[in-house]
Design a protein around this ligand. Structure first.
Ligand code: NA7
Length: 541
């Protein structure tokens, strides 16, 4: 016989983990509702992604004015972005501006790393233990811990033995790093590596890029926002956000309704030239609607982009090495670049293809490949993240019956709406795996998730409920839906963090269903439907 429930009031009604874009907005909404809430953040400052990633070249690929929060007209009016795609320092200033404006800092606790969370089945609350040994309890646990916040180093022998400076891009030092005249190595050519390389090629002494697989990159076409444009942007925020609401990715760029074969060749090529010459993700997300779905048009578009790369890189052998052969354009995340391909035309920039000459170990002086040892002053690891589930796996989260989330998700995440997990009551994963936010222009996605969660919490409070959990049936159905959306998509055929691959993490060598591929409008519709039907799929008591 189970013990009678103990009447116990937890320390807080809500604890939010993470002071990034998502956590900040969630905190604001909770305070507005009058909830007893505190926010715990591992870092010594707010900003999440924009607090940590201080590497040279770190900036938006989203248009700045589509990335800011949309909920406050006052903030939209008062804040002026200086560039179409703002750099990290400006975004961090923006988030600090928002937090100051909304007076949120006193509700945030910094330097608080969550070590474990255990659900108390009797008291309907979570018991949290922080790394410093502190404990606290909360009715609801809301995670805003980031999709790309668990950085991964390569599994290469000798990493610790290097005597020069070295850092993962995520942990780029807060103090300035002197690059001038230095011999610098960079491992990794994902979105991060591509930004770093374009930015530092003309600043360092020598730059050697160790590439395993090239990505399809395309020009960002960034630029300053002049006064006239600024005025126009501020006057059109309603239309900008309305446009973002319509597109699958929550960007101003959405697919062209035409199919590839409907359009005569000359017109098609002119359209592609236009996409390549225009700023932002249009080159990826603004294409004919079948280009990211159907292999034949995708191959044609890949050919078009390959020709662009060949035209920009002087050495034809290097150009071929920079053109992906294992996946078509857009089936992995497209890095947006500034002077990336041109960097390889500089005499001080060298490309090492680790498929030809694998890295054997990191030495005290540099990097040894099967061919030779290279000496460096600095090694930059742009080797990515244990994406989407990694931040969860790094906390000991224990639900009903002693089950850990790590175990439950061993073969890949299973969730209901990407927001809740059966067996883990009162845990709401705001930008969790399989939620709409993960594949959406992030603030646009999380505003939806936060608003929906706020309405849910209002519902619980109004009805005096203390417990919410997804039913097994609802979780099974959602996870199946996620898989169905993957089937037949080109993205599912490519190995990347979108599809759960990471060669540096044990067991992440197979497809895992991490993301929702149905697009933001469809996700929103589903969330609305669930709420309208009295939070169907949840057991609330
Ligand atoms: P990514 O996109 O995961 O890129 C990581 C890069 O590091 C990628 O080129 C990897 O090659 C490379 N890598 C990883 N491990 C190794 C080893 N052991 N040897 C050689 N090369 C390696 O991470 P990013 O930080 O660039 O971008 C993540 C997201 O942040 C990005 O999409 C934006 O949304 C923001 P691989 O391709 O696996 O062969």
């Amino acid at each position: 016989m189970s013990e009678p429930a103990i009447e116990q009031t937890p320390d807080h009604e809500v604890v939010i983990i993470g002071a990034g874009v998502c956590g900040i907005y969630m905190l604001y909404r909770m305070l507005e509702l009058g909830v007893d809430v505190t926010l715990l953040e591992k870092g010594d400052g707010l900003g999440g992604t924009w607090y940590w990633n201080r590497y040279p070249g770190a900036r938006f690929d989203s248009e700045s004015y589509t990335y800011g929060y949309s909920f406050s007209k006052e903030i939209l009016e008062e804040w002026s972005w200086s560039e179409h795609f703002a750099a990290q320092p400006e975004t961090l200033s923006y988030l600090n501006f928002v937090v100051d404006k909304l007076d949120l800092t006193s509700h945030m606790q910094f330097g608080c790393s969550l070590e474990s969370a255990r659900f108390d089945d009797q008291a309907d609350c979570w018991q949290l233990t922080l790394q410093d040994g502190r404990t606290l309890t909360t009715r609801l646990l809301l995670t805003a811990i980031g999709m790309l916040s668990a950085a991964t180093m390569p599994r290469i022998e000798g990493v610790e033995s290097f005597e020069g400076e070295s850092f993962h891009t995520y942990y780029w030092p807060q103090e300035p790093v002197v690059l001038e005249g230095k011999k610098v190595a960079i491992i990794g050519t994902g979105a991060t590596g591509v930004q770093v390389i374009g930015e530092i090629a003309d600043k360092v002494g020598e730059l050697t890029v160790f590439q395993r697989r090239p990505n399809w990159c395309a020009p960002l076409h960034n630029g300053a926002i002049d006064d006239e444009t600024q005025t126009r942007i501020k006057a059109s925020y309603d239309a900008i956000f309305e446009r973002c609401r319509e597109t699958p990715g929550g960007f101003i760029h959405g697919p062209d309704r035409r199919e590839f074969l409907e359009v005569p060749e000359e017109e098609r090529l002119a359209f592609w030239e236009e996409l390549y010459a225009s700023p932002g993700f249009g080159v990826w997300l603004g294409n004919f609607r079948d280009v990211l779905v159907d292999p034949a048009p995708n191959a044609e578009y890949s050919k078009f982009i390959a020709a662009k790369i060949r035209a920009r890189v002087d050495d034809p052998i290097i150009a071929e090495k920079l053109i992906p052969k294992d996946h078509g354009f857009g089936s992995r995340r497209v890095p947006m670049e500034t002077n990336y391909y041109e960097a390889y035309n500089r005499p001080n920039v060298h490309l090492v293809d680790v498929n030809d000459t694998p890295i054997e170990r990191i030495t005290s002086a540099g990097i040894a490949t099967s061919e030779r040892e290279y000496e460096f002053d600095i090694i930059i690891y742009a080797t990515g993240f244990d994406a989407i589930t990694g931040a969860f796996d790094r906390v000991n989260i224990t639900g009903l019956g002693g089950q850990t989330l790590r175990d439950k998700w061993r073969d890949g995440p299973v969730t209901y709406l990407g927001l809740q997990i059966t067996g883990f009551p009162n845990l709401l994963t705001l930008a969790g795996p399989q939620s709409g936010s993960v594949t959406t222009n992030f603030p646009r996605g999380i505003e939806e998730a936060v608003d929906w969660t706020t309405a849910l919490i209002t519902h619980l409070r109004e009805h005096g409920r203390t417990r919410i959990e997804a039913t097994q049936e609802a979780e099974d159905e959602w996870t199946e839906h996620i898989k169905e959306l993957f089937d037949g998509s080109l993205m599912a055929t490519a190995e990347s963090w979108f599809t759960g691959y990471n060669s540096n993490v044990e067991g992440h060598d197979k497809l895992r269903y991490m993301i929702y591929m149905g697009g933001a409008p469809r996700f929103r519709e589903r969330l609305t439907e669930v709420a309208d039907n009295g939070y169907e799929g949840f057991e609330i008591r």
